[in-house]
Design a protein around this ligand. Structure first.
Ligand SMILES: Cc1ncc(COP(=O)(O)O)c(C=O)c1O
Length: 431
């Protein structure tokens, strides 16, 4: 059998690494040799109901015998009822859904609807606010929205879109203003108003942001942050899009992460979890934003028409509800946090442990300070694979280990993963 490394030469250059994975059950995944790993990445964030949940697999198989794709302009009852179910998750405050194939497409569609709404309401400008450290995908507009230059450097004009202005993220561990958490008065939120007044080419039309940032290093805004931002945006009639592609559908211990902050975004974008592994995404909007388009304005061949995605999504929602996985995410997150805070007391390299539910970031720093330690974080990632745990490093400095396992992860698996992390951090510190 040819090695994966040599076969990888048939793919466009990528960051794939060993092991070669073949099979998954719940939070466990197996490689070609039958070795098992605890999946601390979950897809990333895709396999929230667990790998190959029997109900999701059964729904996909059943649908595959009936119809794979609804042609063009015709209704599908599964699509209609899925949209109705999604609205129900927000008590119908958000009502109209557009279905897409991926997170990036969902965000681009949401921005398109917001700009159309800005045109319809005769805004005097089309400024788009996004976060430094934010991540919204790798298509052209979504790259432009992303506030991580390493994701787009060297791509000529590919990641440039007119009117995008980046503002500081509420990154308390590395406060952009050098302030302390309890005395900051959330200056980073006020800075959004400054940006609207001084840095926009005309009116600001829309802000897009992850309510809790993922790829940027699991940045968790302080309490009250989103309410304050919403007050500012409301004064300037700026649409708020929350990108819940990573954190939506229970990962943080609420259906949507913005609920932690009492925020009321005009649009929420989603993907990952909802398809249970089948590509599906979309955005759900208020009546006003959801009726901004004229009928032919926006469409994709798959999305709403992909019946395997629809079948999987109904099953994923059923499982999230019947197995109380939202509550489970919160409890499992608390167990992780307690274990990780114990480890932090012993290991000075673990500079910060943060997150909500099963959206957890571990910031690895040089001992005795806060200097980002990217090489050590990579060593921990590799040491974890050797100990049977899959975890990834992320963040602008590459020094944040991200824990986003399936929500079905068991207490025993959490404890085993934490033991492996403790040993791997110790090993990275010694070498
Ligand atoms: C917050 C967020 N938005 C958008 C995306 C892009 O999603 P996709 O890779 O499905 O295009 C991601 C992917 O990780 C994400 O985390």
């Amino acid at each position: 059998m040819k090695s994966a490394t040599s076969l990888n030469d048939y793919l466009v250059v990528n960051q794939n690494i060993e092991p070669v994975l073949t099979r998954g059950v719940g939070a466990e995944i197996f490689d070609e040799e039958g070795r098992s790993y605890i999946d601390l990445e979950g897809g990333p964030g895709v396999a929230s109901v667990g790998h190959c949940h029997p109900k999701v697999v059964e729904a996909i198989k059943k649908q595959a015998d009936l119809l794979l794709q609804v042609p063009g302009r015709y209704h599908s009852r599964m699509t209609l009822t899925l949209a109705e179910r999604l609205a129900g998750l927000t008590d119908n405050r958000l009502k109209r859904t557009f279905f897409a194939n991926s997170g990036a497409e969902s965000n681009e569609g949401a921005i398109k609807a917001s700009l159309k709404h800005a045109v319809n309401t005769r805004k005097q400008g089309y400024g788009i606010i996004a976060f430094d450290h934010g991540f919204h995908g790798r298509l052209s507009l979504s790259s432009a929205l992303t506030g991580l230059s390493k994701q787009k450097r060297g791509m000529a004009t590919f990641g440039i879109f007119p009117g995008v202005v980046h503002v500081h993220a509420p990154y308390c561990y590395r406060c952009p203003f050098g302030l302390q958490n309890d005395s900051c008065a959330m200056k980073c939120a006020d800075a959004i108003e400054d940006a609207i007044k001084t840095r926009m080419p005309g009116d600001a039309a829309v802000m897009i942001a992850e309510p809790i940032l993922g790829v940027g290093g699991v940045i968790t805004p302080p309490e009250g942050y989103w309410k304050k931002v919403q007050e500012i945006l409301a004064r300037y009639k700026v649409t708020l899009i929350h990108d819940e592609v990573f954190v939506g559908f229970g990962r943080t211990g609420k259906w949507f992460a913005h609920e932690w902050y009492g925020a009321k975004p005009d649009i929420v974008t989603f993907a990952k979890t909802i398809g249970g592994g089948v590509p599906l995404g979309g955005f759900i909007a208020t009546e006003e934003l959801g009726t901004a388009f004229d009928p032919p304005d926006h469409f994709t061949t798959y999305g709403a028409k992909n019946q395997l995605g629809m079948a999987a999504a109904h099953a994923v929602l059923d499982v999230l509800q019947s197995e109380n996985l939202i509550e489970r995410a919160q409890k499992a997150g608390e167990r992780f946090m307690k274990n990780l805070q114990d480890i932090q007391r012993r290991r000075p390299m673990l500079g910060d442990v943060r997150g909500k539910g099963l959206m957890i970031g571990l910031e690895i720093v040089e001992r005795g300070g806060k200097e980002p330690a990217a090489a050590a974080a990579k060593k921990i990632e590799h040491a974890m694979v050797a100990r049977g745990g899959l975890i990834s490093t992320t963040g602008v400095n590459g020094n944040v280990l991200r824990i986003t396992p399936p929500l079905v992860i068991s207490d025993a698996q959490i404890d085993r993963a934490c033991e492996a992390l403790d040993a791997s951090i110790a090993e990275a510190g010694e070498s």
